[in-house]
Design a protein around this ligand. Structure first.
Ligand code: M6R
Length: 609
């Protein structure tokens, strides 16, 4: 949610900032801007809309200077416009600020500290530039410290000052920030992909740290001004993993990366017929204490949690509830030392999920995180972290993170079960064998022939206004995710329903203009779902059945189209069942001409509550 970049060094800042912003555009894309200090002073350029608009607007004379900051925005305060785009300037034009997050008390600041000031934007951010000017008395760092005493909220800030053009100052409270360590140059970004083409050496900035960057060095201090010794990490990804690599869209690339991502999330975690994690080891006593599990997450990660509930209850016999994070923390859930809270988040920085995690810890619950982002807030603050190792997920619509979240949950459920003794060795072996086969089976679903079938189906959906997904049990959890994918990127209204529930009201909406996608993989509910399919067929709905290949004949008799999945252990099958639904969403959106990686109104990581 908003991307920020900063550069100081020996090279021209402008191309580096623009390249960095391009890599971060998934974080927000309603406007963008840059500010550079050079021979002409402090120059800014901003534009509403995508980064391409800013690039077009930049004068043919390039803005020269070797220190600069940039921003790509997802609007919170004030609609997308040139004026509301960052950077924001102080009234005397000598400070420029880019900001990710929210200044919660900006109205009080205007009243108490900045009475009489005229503001050029509707944003909360502009007060920061005004405060810096107000507090500046020849010492940029001191002005920043005074400003930080005043502002409240969750944010990451990067600031430059015309009077002190040899440094950038950056600080964070909650919103993510990473520094890139170069040779005679240094970088700042909201996320690693913006750094990768320059350096793999990085420093993760923690809450309340203040960073001073010059071309030669990086100094990080705590709130009291003490220098902190920070670890420099080497990023394992290469620059290509954050590129489209010949695919039209990151989403398609990420769908195709799933077999490889499955191998990575499984790698080293199945040893001699047992599950083991290098990240942590739990004891029988610890597990015996947990009488209840809450799975807390948002969006797609929440849908992964719905599958998780069925896994933990079935394998480990622990009652499990799943809740969206934005509701969980406000309803005073019953949390104590006997509760395990499992937070799931691709980005590891979703504000609602972070807040739920803190709530859980404050009540003495233990927290296990499943996340994809190393060193993210959720990874740092949880008691135990299980990484997805799925590689960077850039497209706003989550795909490989979702399927690897499911695999991580199956592994964790099996791990709990083997420790608690709630699974037989034979069943454990079957599950682990089925997991190990997933990469190969997922690859089959990406064959040219299968993609051709999906394209034909997607063509049929291009003019549709409303669509239903139905399924039961694990199939129902998966269709919820399928419907979210379709809505998010194609803008077709879709609803996912427990198949048996339609007749309690919603069947009234089924007509020959409301196609139904029925996921019918779970054998235990197969017959029942078939009956529900007949009910919608009787109301003239066009039905696509997604089922296992052993049901080909019956599926062909009762539906208008079929997609057949390779046979897999029924309990593990959801990981495969979702792939055709991801592909249907992708190709339908493609045919409708939608911007797939940057759907309207959305951003990749949601760092505001
Ligand atoms: O980074 P997180 O997993 O915490 O993100 C949670 C949701 O914002 C995210 O899954 C969202 O629903 C996706 N855009 C769905 O594709």
């Amino acid at each position: 949610m908003c991307g920020i970049v900063g550069y100081i060094g020996k090279n021209q800042a402008l191309p580096i900032l623009l390249e960095g912003l391009k890599k971060l555009e998934y974080r927000g894309y309603d406007s963008s801007g840059i500010a550079i200090i050079g021979p002409e002073g402090l120059t800014t350029e901003k534009s509403v809309g995508k980064l391409a608009n800013l690039e077009q607007k930049l004068p043919s004379r390039t803005i020269t200077g070797t220190i600069g900051i940039g921003h790509t925005r997802w609007a919170t305060h004030g609609r997308p416009s040139d004026a509301n785009a960052h950077p924001h300037l102080s009234p005397n034009g000598r400070f420029a600020v880019v900001h990710n997050g929210i200044v919660e008390n900006y109205l009080q600041i205007k009243e108490h500290y900045l009475a009489g000031h005229t503001f050029c934007s509707e944003t909360d951010t502009e007060v920061i530039a005004h405060l810096l000017e107000k507090f500046y008395d020849g010492d940029f760092e001191d002005a920043v410290r005074q400003m930080l005493q005043v502002v409240r909220g969750a944010f990451a800030l990067v600031m430059i000052c015309l009077e002190e053009p040899d440094k950038i100052i950056a600080c964070r409270k909650d919103s993510p920030m990473v520094l890139g360590v170069g040779d005679g140059e240094n970088f700042i970004a909201s996320d690693v992909p913006a750094l990768l083409s320059h350096t793999r050496q990085c420093i993760y900035v923690e809450k309340d740290e203040i960073c001073l960057l010059t071309a030669e060095k990086i100094i990080i201090k705590d709130q009291n001004g003490n220098i902190i010794d920070k670890t420099v990490h080497t990023i394992a990804w290469d620059a290509e993993s954050a590129e489209k690599d010949g695919y039209d869209d990151f989403m398609l690339k990420e769908i195709y990366e799933q077999p490889q991502a499955f191998r990575k999330v499984l790698s080293g975690r199945i040893e001699q017929g047992k599950v083991a994690f290098s990240e942590f080891e739990l004891t029988e006593n610890e597990l015996a204490k947990w009488r209840k599990i809450y799975i807390v997450a948002c969006g797609t990660a929440y849908h992964a949690g719905l599958v998780g509930k069925m896994i933990f209850e079935k394998l480990a016999h622990i009652p499990t509830e799943v809740e969206v994070a934005s509701e969980f923390r406000y309803r005073e859930p019953m949390l104590n030392e006997e509760t395990l809270v499992l937070v799931i988040s691709q980005s590891g920085e979703t504000a609602d999920t972070v807040a739920a995690l803190r709530e859980a810890k404050a009540h003495g619950a233990k927290v296990i995180a499943i996340t994809n982002v190393l060193g993210s807030a959720i990874a740092r603050e949880s008691d135990y972290t299980l990484y997805l190792w799925a590689g960077p997920e850039i497209s706003v619509a989550s795909t490989k993170a979702y399927t690897t979240m499911l695999i991580a949950e199956y592994l964790l459920g099996a791990y709990f079960a083997q420790i608690k003794g709630t699974i037989t060795n034979e069943r454990l072996a079957e599950i682990l064998h089925a997991l190990a086969q997933l990469p190969e089976k997922a690859q089959q679903l990406l064959s040219n022939d299968f993609i051709q079938q999906i394209n034909t189906i997607a063509e049929g959906y291009q003019k549709v206004h409303n669509l239903f997904f139905i399924g039961r049990g694990l199939d129902w959890a998966i269709v919820l995710e399928g419907a979210l994918k379709l809505k998010e990127i194609s803008y077709i209204h879709a609803e996912a329903y427990a198949a048996g529930e339609l007749k309690h009201g919603t069947l009234a909406l089924i007509t020959d203009e409301t196609p139904v996608i029925a996921l019918c993989v779970q054998e235990s509910t197969y017959e029942k779902t078939i009956s529900n399919i007949k009910e919608v067929k009787a109301r003239d709905a066009q039905v696509l059945i997604v089922t296992s290949e052993n049901h080909q004949q019956e599926a062909a008799q009762i539906s208008d189209a079929q997609l057949l999945l390779p046979l897999a252990d029924n309990f593990i099958a959801p990981i495969l069942s979702v792939i055709p639904l991801q592909l249907i969403a992708y190709y339908t959106a493609k045919i409708r001409g939608c911007n797939i990686d940057q759907p309207r109104n959305l951003a990749k990581s949601v760092t505001v509550e």
